[in-house]
Design a protein around this ligand. Structure first.
Ligand code: B4P
Length: 202
């Protein structure tokens, strides 16, 4: 898939989505991949957590929703993402981590891209078995990483987010990556799926 990650000047490098269950390692891989491609990693989870930490109006609206494992309202997420992808650092592309998470969010993203005359290059699905997801989250120990909250996030993932797999597969964008491997191996599989070198071989 040559077009997804070309570094040629004047050309965009990549507009991608990382999809997968909570705790699959989307955030971990987004940082590595974004650095390699020279585009920002945009994590809606990190943006919401920063808003909570800053005590902003947005933070006040989402704090209890996130603590319970529920999803933040699609309309509110649309505002957050529309504003973020309009910033100057996204002119060569971006890597969305944790957005979209519902079919309406996928339609919103399609609209944002259409309005800008842009398109997605790829959607990377990082998949990991459920027991491993719970193990990782309990090890991570974030505020919302309590077992009952993790199980609720996983239930919502299956109900609301999994349908996006078919949505993007039908559009020919889906690349599936086994996330149940050491971090470096997952990264190399992503590079292979996108046809980019690791960047360390010179
Ligand atoms: P997110 O911040 O997106 O959190 P996540 O899905 O739990 O994490 P991720 O998959 O990125 O895993 P990570 O790399 O950290 O969402 C949090 C909350 O925000 C949601 O529940 C929701 O309330 C809200 N929200 C966010 N976006 C939203 C949206 N679009 N709509 C509505 N609500 C939204 O990895 C997990 C752990 O595993 C880490 O400790 C990591 O070190 C470890 N790990 C990673 N890769 C590994 C590997 N290969 N092997 C072993 N361990 C690994």
């Amino acid at each position: 898939m040559g077009g997804a990650a070309e570094d040629s000047p004047g050309n965009h490098r990549a507009r991608m989505v990382l999809l997968g269950p909570p705790g699959a390692g989307k955030g971990t891989q987004a940082q590595l991949l974004a650095a390699r491609l020279g585009v920002p990693a945009i994590s809606t989870g990190d943006m919401l957590r920063a808003a909570v930490a800053a005590g902003s109006e947005l933070g006040g609206r989402v704090e209890s929703i996130m603590a319970s494992g529920a999803l933040v309202d699609d309309a509110l997420m649309a505002e957050v993402v529309r504003e973020r992808v309009a910033q100057a650092d996204t002119d060569r592309g971006y890597l969305l981590d944790g957005y979209p998470r519902t079919l309406p969010q996928a339609e919103t993203l399609a609209g944002i891209l259409d309005d800008a005359g842009q398109a997605l290059d790829a959607v990377l699905l990082v998949d990991v078995p459920e027991d491993e997801l719970v193990r990782r989250a309990l090890l991570r120990g974030r505020g919302d990483d309590k077992e009952e909250v993790i199980r609720e996030r996983l239930r919502l993932y299956r109900e609301k987010t999994e349908p996006l797999i078919g949505y993007y597969r039908e559009r020919g964008l889906l690349r599936e990556i086994d996330g149940n491997r050491p971090v470096e191996e997952v990264t190399s599989r992503m590079y292979a799926a996108l046809g980019v070198g690791s960047g360390v071989e010179g």
